[in-house]
Design a protein around this ligand. Structure first.
Ligand SMILES: Cc1cc2nc3c(=O)[nH]c(=O)nc-3n(C[C@H](O)[C@H](O)[C@H](O)COP(=O)(O)OP(=O)(O)OC[C@H]3O[C@@H](n4cnc5c(N)ncnc54)[C@H](O)[C@@H]3O)c2cc1C
Length: 265
């Protein structure tokens, strides 16, 4: 869950992720949902049911399962943990820099990095798009959009080798193609170097995208019967709380229908 959530209907000023999470939890409880808190180490099908082994060795058994384990951003190896100003979502955290004459940087070279830079260019005074490779991985439409933005500066063949700042980021330490190192002062950085869907607990052979997201059908069932997926872990093009909630509702409906089907046959 995120610190301050935007883009969620009904909360014009946003809401703390934790606060929304507690409200949703309590609402589900009042509707009769039961919760077991456990961190799973492994989930596998055994004799027609699912066995979820938790970190304490306890096995939780279910006829139907919805996996909603989310995804985690890939970070730079040089990164200091918990440094403020290191972000991963321009739509979510970009607005924090509005009206601040901010200088921001995006690290990455694909369509997603380009999209972040374009979004941030509407908010910040200056945006650097920094990538290590000689070529970008973005398509021509994104490249053209970038070229049309006067306040985006593209720095190819430039590697981010560290951050400067104690609690809040102050600058990026970079190394250019010639091997020279220097600092770029920034108010924030947005990393677009990829995400990793949280699927490592799954001991099931499933259809996935090349990036590892779980493929689902229209009912949100994965390629394994009775195993559904919802939210960021599945193959989607929008990773937001609203869409994750919508997935949760659909997956729950489909799971209930699946249980009804297997118990009557
Ligand atoms: C920095 C940041 C800011 C964001 N800001 C916004 C925003 O403002 N607005 C917005 O709409 N979206 C925002 N997002 C995106 C949003 O957080 C996600 O799209 C959303 O939370 C996805 O929900 P989810 O349930 O799929 O996954 P998550 O919310 O990531 O939940 C996954 C859950 O699975 C649990 N889990 C994982 N592995 C295991 C395991 N082995 N055993 C048990 N539990 C496990 C995790 O503990 C976690 O509770 C932001 C994302 C980031 C990273």
């Amino acid at each position: 869950m995120v610190e301050r959530l935007s883009n969620f209907p009904g909360f014009i000023e946003g809401i703390a992720g934790m606060e929304l999470g507690v409200k949703i939890f309590q609402q589900a409880q009042s509707e009769g949902a039961q919760f077991t808190m456990a961190r799973l180490k492994k989930l596998q099908p055994v004799d027609g049911v699912f066995h979820g082994m938790d970190v304490n060795g306890q096995v939780h058994i279910a006829t139907t399962t919805i996996i909603a384990t989310g995804r985690v951003p890939i970070r730079l190896p040089s990164e200091k943990a918990n440094l403020k100003g290191v972000n991963f979502c321009s739509v979510c955290d970009g607005p924090l820099y509005r009206n601040q004459n901010a200088t921001l940087a995006v690290v990455g070279s694909d369509n997603s990095a380009a999209q972040h830079a374009i979004t941030l260019a509407r908010i910040a005074d200056r945006v650097f798009l920094i990538y290590r490779s000689a070529e970008t991985k973005m398509d021509s439409a994104h490249a053209a959009q970038l070229a049309g933005q006067k306040n985006i500066e593209i720095l190819g063949e430039t590697e981010v080798i560290g951050y400067k700042g104690l609690d809040i980021i102050e600058a990026l330490k970079v190394r250019s193609r010639s091997g020279e190192t220097h600092e770029i002062p920034v108010d924030g950085v947005f990393l677009a170097i990829g995400w990793r869907p949280n699927t490592k607990i799954l001991d099931v052979d499933l259809k996935k995208t090349p990036d590892g997201y779980l493929k689902t059908d229209v009912t949100l069932m994965t390629s394994f019967s009775g195993l559904f997926a919802a939210g960021d872990v599945r193959d989607t093009d929008l990773w937001q709380v609203l869409t994750a909630c919508a997935d949760g509702a659909r997956a729950a409906k489909s799971a209930a229908e699946h249980i009804a089907k297997i118990t009557t046959t």
